[in-house]
Every structure is written in C-alpha cells, then in structure tokens.
Design a protein around this ligand. Structure first.
Ligand SMILES: CC(C)(COP(=O)(O)OP(=O)(O)OC[C@H]1O[C@@H](n2cnc3c(N)ncnc32)[C@H](O)[C@@H]1OP(=O)(O)O)[C@@H](O)C(=O)NCCC(=O)NCCS
Length: 179
C-alpha cells in the first residue's frame, strides 16, 4: 500500500460502506490497537442498516479508514459519531479530517444541528481531530460527562469516555470542508 501525503490526494474515495466492507472496517479497528475491539458482526450490521451514517475511505481497493455513526433516536437533532479509524500508515496526512467531512456531508447527517462523540481523555489525536473540525466549521466544542470509568466492567481497565458536543452545525460551513 503506497503512502498518501497530500491532504487532497484524489486517489482516496469516500463512500458509504456496503456489507462487503464490514470485515475490512473490523480489520482497521483491530489493527489500531486503540479502538475498542468489537465483533465483526457489529460492523456488518452497521454496513447493512446504518450505511447512510457511515463512511469508508478506499485507497487502491482497500479500506484505509472509516467512520461509523447514527442518528440517536431520542435526539434526532444530533448526529453521533461512534468510531473513526485510519490505518496507522496513513495517519497524520489529513485523512481523519477528510473522513469527518464526508461524514458530516453524508445523507444520514442531513439536518443535524450538533455533532456528538465520545473521546477518552488520553486520546490526544482524536481530541485534536475534533477540535480541528470544530475550528474549521466555526462551531463551539463543549465537553460533558459521557460514560465514566465506573460504567465499564471493573476489571476491564477502560478509561472514561467524555462527551464532546460540536455545534451549531451550519450546512454552509460543513459543505465547505473537503473530503
Ligand atoms: C484519531 C485519528 C482517526 C486521526 O486521524 P488522522 O488521519 O491521523 O488525523 P488528521 O491527519 O486528519 O489530523 C487532524 C488534526 O489532528 C491533529 N492530530 C492528528 N494526530 C495527532 C496526534 N497524534 N497528536 C496530536 N494531534 C494530532 C492533526 O495535526 C490535525 O490538526 P490540524 O488540522 O489542526 O492541523 C487516527 O489517529 C486514528 O485512527 N487513531 C486510532 C483510532 C482512534 O483513536 N480513533 C478515535 C477514537 S473513536
């Protein structure tokens, strides 16, 4: 797999996933060593039923990054981003930000007033990514309690997940982001 350097590299395609992408999304997760490992079945379900709020980045026929999310049924004005992952070899080249741009511009995010996600306090890359997107679209970013350490199994050694709220989302600004 060749390295991508320019932030606008046109060889990367952003699209909604199909079931055929589920196993590759799962691979990006397990390879990351950072994202919570879930069963591959979870990604197959997301590809089947939530494809309009998920994005994959494809490079040379391989999935090199993805975003998963959904519209929370009790907060329809929000778009929740569950996981974003970029293959280690491709990090730091703007791909994460381009994935978020494609996510915010996806059909499933249409009309959302607020982007929600959760981030562990130690995940500096993720915090920097969302702060960068908030800056680019002129939105506020606030942090609230999401899930506490105590919400996770006692022996699981899982950090808290703080809730990040980014908004208000202005479609004119989000459309200007470049996937
Ligand atoms: C988080 C992640 C998706 C970022 O993807 P990426 O392609 O490397 O990010 P980008 O190159 O688009 O960078 C976006 C911004 O974050 C900053 N950033 C990226 N990695 C960083 C790091 N390790 N430390 C500090 N800042 C970082 C960049 O400088 C950039 O900021 P700028 O726009 O102000 O210049 C990637 O590091 C990853 O896959 N990590 C493992 C999985 C994970 O932690 N996912 C998030 C939790 S769901």
């Amino acid at each position: 797999m060749s390295q991508v350097t320019p932030e606008t590299d046109a060889s990367i395609k952003f699209r909604s996933p199909t079931i055929a992408d589920g196993a590759e999304m799962w691979r990006v997760v397990t390879d990351s060593g950072v994202l919570d490992p879930n069963s591959c079945y979870m990604y197959l379900l997301l590809c089947k039923d939530f494809a309009d709020t998920c994005v994959v980045a494809e490079h040379e026929g391989r999935v090199v990054g993805f975003v998963t999310g959904y519209r929370p049924p009790t907060r329809p004005d929000a778009i929740f981003l569950w996981q974003v992952g970029v293959d280690a070899a491709m990090r730091g080249c703007g791909l994460g930000k381009r994935l978020l741009a494609a996510f915010l511009q996806s059909s499933g995010a249409a009309g959302a007033a607020r982007l929600e996600t959760t981030i562990s306090p130690s995940n500096e890359a993720s915090k920097a990514l969302f702060a960068s997107v908030a800056r680019s679209i002129g939105a506020d970013m606030t942090v609230a309690t999401g899930f506490t350490e105590a919400d996770f199994p006692a022996d699981g050694n899982h950090e808290a997940e703080e809730l990040y709220l980014i908004g208000p989302l202005d479609p004119t600004r989000t459309e200007q982001l470049s996937p």
